[in-house]
Write a protein that binds this ligand. Structure first.
Ligand code: NVA
Length: 305
């Protein structure tokens, strides 16, 4: 593995190794506290971040390395200087680049022109650090991931793309339910279908909430992602999405035992406060914690292999 850019560039065994390594680091972080000794990471953030910023910074520190946060104070990526030059400059100093960007193309250019590994910390199409942390979380709850039925209900976005692709690679049955017009691109659907066929799992995409069926876990995310704000009248959007809210009634109907959310949550929109706070069903803060351990596994793998 040279970079960590997109879920569909990973194999089943690579993902399984990363999940095992994340759990190993989580159980005994002191065994890994020199993995990044003397190494520095440049972290580019074009968009806001709480969990990603903090979990990378603290995770890198736990591995003995140094993290530098680069916001937009030096100008927007690609405007003050070309993305390719940004990548070449950072490669002079940093051992690895973490980037949260508006467009996936910027991630590709950083990887192409830099000479150090690049980690995608969210773009418009993927959020592979989140999906890895989510499967670490699921592995902590289910001994055999192939028995899990995972559904994502809400806006088809970067988080659902990464989740459905990783599920398809791992052989986890996946159902995606989005309102009409808010599903993933045809390219993403084709990829998920193809990967699910290869792994022997099922992949269902529907706009009909009645087709959700029995699930082990239901996942949701904000109805409006960063960068898409203001695209549409908020009231019209809330009305369209309301039937797709994840709440206790939906959990009961699907007989789902766990609810997941990548956060930040918009309470009473995509998820009710009562379900978000339900300590018997919500594994949302476990997902947040596992962001750090999953990313430690990715950093370790990229720097050691
Ligand atoms: N889909 C959300 C995820 C935030 C972690 C966004 O892109 O804003």
């Amino acid at each position: 593995m040279n970079h960590y850019l997109a879920d569909d560039q990973l194999t089943k065994s690579q993902i399984e190794s990363l999940i095992s390594l994340a759990i190993e680091i989580k159980n005994a972080p002191h065994n890994f506290n020199q993995v990044m000794a003397g190494k520095s990471v440049a972290m580019i953030f074009e968009k806001p971040s709480l969990r990603t910023h903090v979990s990378f910074d603290m995770g890198i520190n736990k591995l003995g390395g140094h993290a530098l946060y680069l916001g937009q104070q030096n100008g927007k990526l690609g405007e003050r200087e070309r993305v390719s030059d940004y990548a070449k400059n950072l490669s002079c100093y940093a051992d690895l680049i973490v980037a949260r960007v508006f467009e996936h193309q910027s991630i590709k250019e950083l990887a192409e022109h830099g000479s150090v590994p690049v980690i995608n910390a969210l773009c418009d199409v993927y959020h592979p650090c989140q999906s890895l942390a989510d499967f670490v979380t699921l592995a902590e709850h289910f001994d055999d991931l192939s028995t899990v039925k995972l559904a994502y209900v809400g806006d088809g976005n970067n988080v659902s793309n990464s989740l459905m692709l990783m599920a398809a690679i791992l052989g986890v049955d996946f159902t995606l339910v989005c309102p009409e017009g808010y599903g993933p691109s045809q390219t993403m659907l084709n990829k998920a279908e193809q990967l699910a066929e290869q792994s022997g799992s099922t992949f269902i995409f529907t706009t009909d909430m009645n087709k959700l069926g029995k699930q082990s876990v239901i996942y949701t995310d904000t109805w409006v992602s960063m960068g898409n704000e203001g695209d549409e009248d908020k009231n019209a959007l809330l009305e369209k999405f309301h039937p797709y809210q994840v709440n206790h009634a939906l959990m009961d109907k699907a007989q789902a035992s766990l609810v997941m959310h990548c956060q930040p949550a918009h309470l009473e929109e995509e998820i009710t406060t009562a379900l978000f706070d339900d300590e018997n069903k919500s594994v949302i803060f476990q997902q947040a914690e596992n962001r750090m351990w999953a990313q430690c596994a990715v950093l370790t793998s990229l720097l050691i292999d």
